[in-house]
Ligand binder design. Sequence first.
Ligand SMILES: Nc1ncnc2c1ncn2[C@@H]1O[C@H](COP(=O)(O)OP(=O)(O)O)[C@@H](O)[C@H]1O
Ligand SMILES: O=C(O)[C@H](O)[C@@H](O)[C@H](O)[C@H](O)COP(=O)(O)O
Length: 180
Amino acid sequence: MAGVEASCALIVIGVSGSGKSTVAEALGRRLDWRFEDGDSFHPPSNVAKMSAGHPLTDEDRWPWLNAIADEIARVCKAGEHVIIACSALKHTYRDVLLRGRDDVRFVFLKGTQELIADRLAHRKGHFMPPELLTSQFRTLEPPGASEHVITVSIDESVEAIVEDILQQLKFDGEKHEAMS
Ligand SMILES: Nc1ncnc2c1ncn2[C@@H]1O[C@H](COP(=O)(O)OP(=O)(O)O)[C@@H](O)[C@H]1O
Ligand SMILES: O=C(O)[C@H](O)[C@@H](O)[C@H](O)[C@H](O)COP(=O)(O)O
């Protein structure tokens, strides 16, 4: 599938509770790509701050985003593939992750605050308080047409979302090949 093979990393982005980890893991199984949860790159201070109900600031996020960007650079240099779940809420955050690369694609999980709040209400064993969802939407800058992003609705089964992503990646790859 040209679109996918042209990329060394797929980053599944969206607000807390949009399904990034769930979808990224399922997509990784379909593509046989390693899955990495962006949350594991947070310094303990960030996790403690969110767990205490405080939203992160840009200053909190830069070291976290750069740690993920370092991992992307390492994987791509090694000729490997990775799928990373990372909220990447702002345009500037996504620029930090990309570092000007054209072999990394974003997959934006799009859904209403109401639907995501309901999913968070049923999520167990995660440090992120559902109460922070409003601040997540306030911070979110949805990807624009100029960004290398595939957008999918989350109001589907995980399987249907993965199929949608694969179809869009395939289409995008064929379009890219036709243009090259
Ligand atoms: N497509 C879906 N349909 C129903 N529930 C979902 C779907 N995707 C994720 N979930 C559930 O929603 C909650 C949030 O998903 P999660 O992957 O933790 O989101 P994120 O990583 O973006 O915070 C979890 O309890 C998960 O099982
Ligand atoms: O940038 C941020 O404010 C955080 O990174 C946030 O967006 C992320 O969602 C948390 O790390 C919780 O992780 P979940 O997205 O898995 O709930």
